[in-house]
Ligand binder design. Sequence first.
Ligand SMILES: N[C@@H](CCC(=O)N[C@@H](CS)C(=O)NCC(=O)O)C(=O)O
Length: 202
Amino acid sequence: MKLYFASGSCGLATQIALREAGQTFDLVEVDFKTKQTVEGDYYQVTAKGFVPALKLDDGDVLTEGAVILQWVSDQNPDRGLLPAFGTKERYKALIWLNFIATDLHKNMAVMFSPVLDDATKASFAKANLINKFEYVDEHLAANDYLLGDRFSVADAYLYNVLSWPGRVGLDISGYASIQKFMARMEQRPTVQASLKAEGLID
Ligand SMILES: N[C@@H](CCC(=O)N[C@@H](CS)C(=O)NCC(=O)O)C(=O)O
């Protein structure tokens, strides 16, 4: 199995999930500018040109991070990375995955846009991100992880996306519960190994 990634982008959550699942995988880095990997044209892997993409051993390629996280969890049910199919807890997890993908991830992506000026980004963040950070912070004040006291792949995705604000000049240091969550996540060996593999820490 191969995980296509770009350092510091949204493939980090998949990598953490694969490690939490005890799955073996190879990493293939994608150059966003050229859309090349060591294997050649990344568009041959996925016509979307986006990471993450997970190429399975049978050659099938999965895309969409929130869906890949579910696949990884369901391949390794003994690891408890998501609640069981059909349970109410499962839907609560899916609510978080969807919220992170559509409200946090995609709104954060706007902050990296090369076509928007800083003032526009600041107004956008005020209107579309600050209230989301507050919502998450409030939830984490009462819960160590998104689903309560136990890690799930939704936490890997949240950690991934909440590692970006500082890179775009958004200060989230005032959200105490988010800060504690980030520190808690960074104690996980899988997070450390993933950050290292992406060259984000030594
Ligand atoms: N809908 C996709 C979006 C993935 C996505 O936005 N990937 C970004 C990195 S975080 C990307 O590959 N961008 C390519 C580029 O900017 O050239 C998902 O949720 O997985």
